[in-house]
Design a protein around this ligand. Sequence first.
Ligand code: 0A1
Ligand code: ZN
Length: 883
Amino acid sequence: MRDANPQTIYLKDYTVPEYLIENVELSFILDEEKTRVVSKLTMLKNPLSHSQDSTLILHGEGLELIRVAIDEQPLNETQYQQSNECLNIDSVPQDKTFIVEIGNTINPKANTALEGLYLSSTMLCTQCEAEGFRKITYFLDRPDVMCSFKTTLIGDKDKYPVLLSNGNKIAEGELQNNRHWVAWEDPFKKPCYLFALVAGQLECIEDSFTTMSGRDISLQIFVEQSDIDKCDHAMQSLKNSMRWDEQTYGREYDLDLYMIVAVGHFNMGAMENKGLNVFNTKFVLARPDTATDSDYEHIEGVIGHEYFHNWSGNRITCRDWFQLSLKEGFTVFRDQEFTADQTSKAVKRIEDVKMLRTRQFAEDAGPLSHPIRPDSYIEINNFYTLTVYEKGAEVVRMIQTLVGKTGFRKGSDLYFQRYDGQAVTCDDFVSTMEEANDIDFEQFRRWYSQAGTPVLEIEQEYNQQLKTHSITIRQSCAPTPRQPAKQPLHIPIQLGLLAADGSVADICLDDHAPCKEILIELKEQQQTFVFEKLEERPVVSLLRGFSAPVNVKMQQSLEELAFLLSHDTDTFNRWEAAHKMSSQIIFGLMDDIKQGKDLELNPLLVQSYQTILQQSWDDLSYLSLLLSLPAENYLAGQMEVIDVDAIHKARVFVEQSLAEQLQNQFLELYQRYHKEESGQFDAGTIGRRRIKNICLGYLVKLESTESYQIVEEQFKTAKNMTDQMAALAVITDSANPNKLMCLDSFYQQWKDEALVIDKWFTLQACSSSDDSFNTVQDLTQHPAFELTNPNRVRSLIGAFSQANQLHFHAANGQGYNFLANQIIALNLINPQVASRMVSGLTQWKRFDENRQSLMKKALEKIINTPDISKDVYEIASKSLVPG
Ligand code: 0A1
Ligand code: ZN
C-alpha cells in the first residue's frame, strides 16, 4: 500500500550519523524462501554527533525479526520498537563500543523488486545500492557509515556449490545435511551499499593480472554453465580496464581477487560491489554469433565503468545520495575516455553527445529536470538519471578542459590521496581540483546546483576595415521546476577559425599568443570576443569537441555547413556540420509537407554525400556517422510542438531520395566490404561492417526485389550477430513480404539465448510498419515475455515507448493507454523498472493538445491506481505538475 504522503528528503537536512559501525559479522543460512540472517554489529556513538538521544535507529524493510541483543543481553519487546522502515532500540551505551546482535529472516523468492537478496533463475544474489541492504537486515543504511565486513555463507552443496561475497576467502568447510560454508573478509571499510553475496551453480573462467607494483591479482568471471563460452571478451575487457587505470590515473587494484558474476535478472547495467561485481548478463556475455559489435563495445565500457568505481566510488564514496554524481559523473567520464582510447575517439565522442542531446537534454527540459546534484528526492532510485550520470560526466569533462589534462591528473591524484577511505561531497572534488590547479571555480560550481540546458545565442560581425571578426555570445537558461531564475554559468568554449580557402586561420585574441585553436571562457551573460588580423571573414568552428553541454543557436547557411563538412579539422564539428545540414533539410521538408507541396531533396545534401563517398577514410565507423541521418527523437527535440508523423515522413523521404540518387555508390561500397567480411573484431573490421550495413539500410529503402534479395541473403548467411541483426532490422522495418518468415526463423534459431531474444523483441517494438502496435500488444502474450525480467520489459515495453516515436505517439492514444496498463501491472512486481517506464509519458508538454490530454490521462490513471509504489508515484506526479 502506498504511503499516502510519501516523504521528501532534502540535502539541506543532512546531519552526520548519530552512531558508527566499526565492523560487522554477517552469517547467512541460505534458502530460496527463508534465508536466515545473523548480524553482529560493533558500534559506537559518533563523536561528531551532537545528538543527546540514546535511541539507536536502524533501517530495515520487509524483515522478519527473530531476535535482538545488546552486548549479549537479549532484549524483550519493551526495549525496542519496530515500524515499516526502522527498528528503534532504546538506551544503547553512549560512552563505549557495544555489540548489537540481530537475527532475522527474508524471502528471496518473493523478492521480484530485485533489491536486497533475490533469486535470479536458480541463483541467489544481492543488489544493495542505493538502499537495498536494509532489505537484508537491520543496519545504518547510509553511505557515510563505512565499516569492515566479515561474511559467512552456509548453503546446500548441490544447490549452492559456489558461495561468494566481498573481499578474500578466509575459510571454508563442510557441514551436516549436505551443507557447506565459506567465510569471506573484506579488509577495506565500505558502506553497506557495496555489500554483495552470490550463491548458485556457477561456472567460472579464470585469469590473472599483474599490477604495476608487481602484485598478481586473480580474476574470475562466474556465469551459468551454458554461458561459459561467452566470457572471453569480458575478461579481456577487465584486463584492459585495469591496465588503463594504472596508465591514465596511476590507480592500482587493491584486493588479491576480482570477481564478476553475470545474472539474468537485474534492474540496471551492473554494480560495483567491492571485489564482487554483479552484472546484468547483457554486459558480460558475448560470442560473435550472439552479440553485435556494439554489444562488444558496451561490454568493455561497462566492465571498465564498474572497475573504475573501485577508486571513484568504493575507496572514496559519497557522503549522501545527493552526491551521487561525485562517483557516477566522474566514473562515466573515466569510462568514456577509456572507450575512446580503446576504439575511435571521434566516434565515441559523437555517440556520447548524440545520446546526451536526445535523452538528457529532454530530461533537462522536462518536468523532472534536476541539477546533477539534486536537492531533494522522494525515492533515490529515481535519481539514477541521465542528468546525474551523463551531464555529470560532461561537468567533469569541462573541469578537465579548463585545467588541462596535466592539471586534471594533478587534481585527481590529490583527490584520491586526500579522501581515500572517506565518504565525501561533490564540493570536495571541485575544491581539490581548484587547489591542485590554483584556479577559482566559484562560478563553475553552479553547474552542480543549477538544472536545465543553457542556450548560447551567437552573433557575428566581420569588420573589413579593422580586419576583425567579433563573436558575441549570450547565455540563457529556461526556468526549471523550483528554479525560475538562472545565474550565468562558467562555460568553456573550444573554438577554431577557417579561412575562405578551407585552411586553418590564425587566431589572434587579446593578449593570447596567436594560435590555431583557442579555449574561450564565457562567464558573463553576454560577452564579445574580437578576433584580429583577419584579412577576410572567417568561418567559425564553435564548441569543438562539444566542449560544454549547451544548445547553440547560430545562423549557418547550408553552404557554410557544407564548407565545414569539407574543411573543419575538428572531427566532432565536421560531423556536426553534416548533422545540422541534414536536420535543416528535413525541417524544410516538414514545412513542405504541412503546406501540401511536392517534396524534393535539396541537391546540396546529395553533393555532400557524394563528396564524402569519394574520399578515402581510415575510420569507417566515423564515415558511417557522417552518412547517417539524425534520429527521429533528436529531430523531435528541436521542435516547438513535436509532429511525429511529419518527422517520420520527411526523414524517410530523405533516405529514399539518397538511396535513389546514390544507389550505385551504396551498392559498390556494400559489395566491397561484404566480400571482405572476416568475422574479426578489430577496429578496421568493425568499421567495414558498420559502413556496409549503413549502405544496406539505404539500399533496402528502394524496396526493390534486388535489394530485398541482398538483405535476405545477408540475413541467411550471416556469420556474426552484427550482420544478422542489421539485416533483420532492415527487413522488419520494410514491406518485405518475407518479413514474418525471417522473424520466425530467427526466433527458432535463437530461442535458447535470452539476450538474442531480447533483440528480437526490440526489433519488432521499434518497427515503423503500420502493424507494429498490434504486434507489440500480441508480443506481451508471447510465452517468452515476462514482466518479472527487466531485460525483457525493457526490450519490448521500453523500446516501444522510448524508441518507436511514430507508433507510441499514435494520435488515438492507444500507445499511451497500453503503456499505462503495463506500468500498472509492473508496479508491484518491480517498482524501480516500472518507474523508469513512465518516462515515455513525461514529455507531454511537447505535443499537440490532443496528445497532451491523452498522455495526462494515462499519467492520472497510473497515479490513481491503488497500491502505487512511491517510485512510480514520484515520477508520475511530478510529471503532471503544470508549468
Ligand atoms: N552503481 C551502479 C548502478 C546501479 C545503481 C542502482 C542499482 O540498483 C538500484 C544497480 C546498479 C553503476 O553506476 O554502475
Ligand atoms: Zn556507476
